[in-house]
Ligand binder design. Structure first.
Ligand code: AKB
Length: 332
């Protein structure tokens, strides 16, 4: 096992097992349960612990280890890491873009203070740490078509500011203390069995639910708002791949990853190929629209493809078909 020099004397030996022992924070959000499923298949059920401050549904509770963890409580976090001999930490707790604007103080506390706790625990215990960043870490003065890995980042949301902070702090801890920090900038993520909460790209998930339930969808972004997007399976696989990548293949620690870019109109048209009766109307939310207009339209992920072989599987037609299949939709 590779250990970094500063962290090595704290770290737990991997010799008893080849598998990491993983803790996922914010585990009941859009991505945690899916990631736990993927990692459990790979590393064994008991080697992956989901955590959150909320009570899990019984399906989650019975599918593998679940633990209460509050990222704002340093002692609680440290106890979990020590008692469970955690070696990898996937930090999914965060308030997303639109909900962050509605509650800046809470977003600052969860997204920034919480991250500080995570970084300190990870550095202190020699953990490999994954923190997701986002297209939201860019702003109106960034190149938007496409946004490269390295460019001006002046986001205009507390969410974006907290994610730039996370990128920089993680890279600083890596440089300063040898923390094994890994970060991917996710596009909008589309999933069938878990809902996002309070994001700007949420429309691209909601449209499937509403289309199937009511045959109608009211979109809160303008029809021509182009944003980078990805199907959840690609996102989770990318996360596992970057966590497993040998350190010497990583020429940097924060990578853009992408799959496709589309507008609400293009997504609706693709869905209407299967559900011609679907009616889409537009009622613009000015907060979400302003956020979307400041984000990249396309994402340059060539470094991820070059360094550790990133490759997406799902483009727009496969995404739509897979989403409809998972809802068991009756399409023609
Ligand atoms: C959001 O819309 O806030 C998130 C994101 C793109 O980071 N889905």
């Amino acid at each position: 096992r590779q250990v970094t020099s500063d962290a090595s004397f704290h770290s737990v030996s991997f010799s008893e097992t080849d598998h990491p022992k993983v803790l996922i924070t914010g585990g009941l959000g859009q991505l945690g349960v899916g990631l736990a499923k993927l990692l459990r298949k790979r590393f064994g059920k008991n080697n992956v612990i989901l955590s959150d401050i909320r009570k899990p549904p019984s399906s989650v509770f019975h599918s593998g280890p679940f633990i209460y963890s509050d990222i704002l409580d340093y002692k609680n976090l440290r106890e979990i890491v020590v008692n469970n001999r955690i070696t990898w930490l996937v930090h999914y707790s965060a308030l997303l873009s639109a909900v962050g604007e509605a509650n800046v103080a809470l977003a600052r506390s969860v997204n920034i203070t919480g991250l500080h706790n995570i970084l300190d625990i990870a550095a202190e215990h020699g953990l490999r740490l994954f923190v997701p960043s986002t297209i939201g870490a860019f702003g109106p003065s960034s190149p938007r078509d496409p946004a490269p890995d390295l460019c001006v980042q002046r986001p205009r949301t507390i969410y974006g500011v907290s994610k730039v902070h996370a990128e920089l702090m993680g890279e600083y801890y890596q440089h300063r203390y040898g923390l094994d920090f890994r970060c991917l900038r996710y596009p909008g993520i589309i999933s069938a069995d878990s809902m996002p909460g309070g994001g700007t790209t949420d429309y691209a998930v909601q449209i499937f639910h509403d289309a199937i339930k009511t045959g109608k969808f009211e979109c809160n972004l303008k029809p021509d708002t182009r944003l980078p997007m990805m199907y959840i399976d690609d996102c989770l696989r990318a996360t596992l791949e970057v966590m497993e990548a040998p350190a010497d293949t990583l020429s940097m620690r924060t990578y853009n990853i992408n799959a496709m870019s589309f507008t609400p109109e293009e997504l609706a048209q693709e869905l209407q190929k299967q559900m011609p009766e679907l009616e889409v109307t537009y009622d613009i939310d000015p907060v979400r629209q302003a956020i979307a207009d400041s984000w990249p339209m396309n994402f340059d992920d060539s470094n991820a493809r070059k360094d550790w072989g990133w490759k997406h599987d799902y483009d727009l037609p496969e995404l739509v078909q897979t989403m409809l299949n998972s809802f068991g939709a009756d399409t023609r």
